[in-house]
Design a protein. Structure first.
Length: 324
């Protein structure tokens, strides 16, 4: 039975109301948005994906229409919440598609609950290196909450958002993603949203950059089909992190999207949907094997990680490379 694409639904998990959209029918896709965004980031691709899949697109706690309490905003906490949301919805296994922060949550979800994961699609994900835009680092600094409150007062907020959107349409270098930044900026008028974003950012970033890494456990995803999608012009998390993904997950599929920034699913929605469809069609769902997982843990991955950190060549070639 196909569900409405526009109806926002709510479930209470651990006393906090969670908003989500559920659409389509077929194998389940869990779409996880990035920092400061919400389920609307997937609007350009939702209808197309729902033709083949049951699409579940939540607003993570602290974002969108979900509650914004003083709570656990770690990637582990988000992974736990996604497990519980899926349990309440009666969804047993999913392909997880995570963008930016959502990519880090997707990796954590696969690490904590591999028995629930059929495939991973990581879109400009966090966790593959320390580099990140200085704007996100600023969110973690003292005084951010107060300054952002002033900048999002009526008048200043509208002027700032209009300016950012005008720059995004200007064609100037490094301005492609400013339209999405404007939407995030407008959402910061809510003091609860600002506080939540600050808590999330401090859990994953400090003044030196990203503090959460997937490199020490990436080898555990060898048995889970993985696709990494990156916009070639990403100014938020550098596209060069795709090289790290190539080294740490040599069996993954890598799709570099030209003429796209940090939001390739919005810059080129049809191309994005094709990448996801082709990947799902060509990669059978993973089946969790506890003995094999135990063997991976015993073997570990330190040798591979040492090579990666030393800048040596990857252990084996990536499954598929090139532009998409």
């Amino acid at each position: 039975m196909t569900r409405s694409l526009t109806q926002l639904r709510f479930l209470t998990v651990h006393g906090h109301r969670r908003a989500f959209v559920m659409a389509g029918s077929g194998p389940a896709l869990l779409l996880l948005h990035g920092l400061g965004c919400d389920h609307h980031t997937w609007d350009p691709v939702l209808t197309s994906l729902a033709r083949r899949y049951t699409v579940i697109a939540p607003d993570l706690l602290g974002h969108g229409a979900s509650d914004k309490p003083r709570a656990d905003y770690s990637v582990g906490g988000y992974a736990n919440a996604m497990r519980d949301l899926l349990a309440l919805l009666g969804v047993e296994r999913v392909t997880v598609v995570g963008h930016s922060l959502g990519g880090g949550v997707a990796m954590q979800f696969a690490y904590q609950f591999p028995e629930l994961v059929e495939r991973l699609v990581l879109v400009a994900p966090g966790g593959f290196g320390p580099e990140v835009t200085p704007v996100i680092r600023l969110v973690t600094t003292p005084g951010f909450h107060q300054v952002a409150g002033l900048l999002t007062l009526p008048g200043l907020r509208q002027a700032g958002a209009l300016g950012l959107r005008a720059l995004s349409r200007s064609g100037l270098p490094h301005t492609r993603d400013l339209g999405e930044v404007a939407t995030i900026f407008e959402g910061m008028r809510d003091p609860h949203a600002r506080a939540a974003i600050r808590h999330v950012a401090r859990a994953v970033v400090d003044w030196r950059g990203q503090v959460i890494t997937t490199s020490d456990r990436a080898y555990l995803t060898d048995d889970i089909p993985m696709c990494v999608i990156w916009g070639a012009d990403d100014q938020v998390i550098p596209a060069s992190h795709a090289d790290t993904a190539r080294t740490l997950a040599p069996h993954a599929t890598l799709a570099m999207v030209p003429n796209a920034g940090h939001f390739p699913h919005r810059d080129h929605p049809q191309r994005f949907v094709k990448i996801v469809n082709d990947f799902v069609r060509s990669h059978p769902a993973a089946r969790f094997d506890r003995d094999q997982w135990r063997a991976h843990l015993r073997r570990g991955g330190p040798l591979r990680l040492q090579h990666a950190e030393a800048g040596d060549a990857p252990v084996s070639p990536i499954g598929r490379t090139g532009t998409a």
